[in-house]
Design a protein around this ligand. Structure first.
Ligand SMILES: C[S@@+](CC[C@H](N)C(=O)[O-])C[C@H]1O[C@@H](n2cnc3c(N)ncnc32)[C@H](O)[C@@H]1O
Length: 210
């Protein structure tokens, strides 16, 4: 269970990734896509932007620095306490967020614990909370949907399985909820902590017709 692992390892995780998006953990492509998301959001409706599966709120801090009204959601109560932005505890499959209320959302390496067979539940929920014209950015390790099991995840002695999603499956699942995919990108691993390609998808909720 990610909640138990991240509750138990929050301090070490924050030591590892820090509290900000930085060149130590995000490559130039990753950071440029976060920048692209910010620019695309000029076209989004007014409203709040959510960092979903926010951990210590690094993406929330990045977006807040760009003047967005940001909040985060995470299943780990300890992470929620560790983060500096206004955060709420909640699951990607049952977000504590009203229908069509978000101008934008980012899932930065948070769908990685969702088994492929449950991706549709998460994508439906993401589609539910985005306002018409709102943007979504998703980042994850890419593969063929295989699970990577750790018996001692993050040194907690707790088991945890993450999944390397097939980007085409994520794209198909997001599209199936009515979101329109704007960008798909896969880059090769470049950090020692990366053992697979990294995928990035930007999708948009259909804007209202004028
Ligand atoms: C790899 S960390 C990434 C955290 C943050 N996005 C970052 O880049 O620093 C994954 C985060 O997703 C959260 N998470 C995993 N599954 C979740 C779910 N189903 N609902 C909400 N949060 C989830 C974990 O608690 C953890 O904080």
């Amino acid at each position: 269970m990610p909640a138990a692992v991240y509750d138990a390892s929050a301090e070490g995780y924050v030591r590892f990734v820090g509290v900000e998006i930085s060149a130590a953990t995000e490559g130039p492509v990753d950071r440029s896509l976060l920048g692209a998301f910010v620019e695309l959001m000029a076209d989004a409706p007014a409203g709040r932007v959510a960092d979903l599966g926010c951990g210590p709120g690094r993406v929330a801090a990045f977006l807040a620095a760009h003047e967005f009204d940001v909040f985060g959601v995470d299943v780990s109560g300890v992470m929620v306490v560790a983060a500096r932005n206004a955060l709420e505890q909640g699951k990607l499959t049952a977000l504590p967020i009203a229908d069509a209320s978000l101008a934008g959302a980012v899932c930065w390496y948070s769908i990685i614990y969702t088994p492929p067979e449950h991706l549709d539940d998460v994508c439906l929920e993401l589609s539910r909370v985005l306002a018409p014209g709102g943007y979504l950015l998703v980042a994850f390790q890419a593969g063929q949907g295989e699970g990577v099991h750790q018996a001692n995840a993050h040194g907690t002695n707790l088991p945890l399985t993450s999944y390397r999603h097939d980007p085409e499956v994520v794209i198909r699942t997001l599209s199936g909820t009515g979101l329109k995919v704007h960008l798909r990108a896969v880059r090769e691993p470049q950090f020692t902590h990366e053992s697979s390609p990294q995928a990035f998808i930007i999708a948009r909720a259909e804007p209202c017709q004028p």
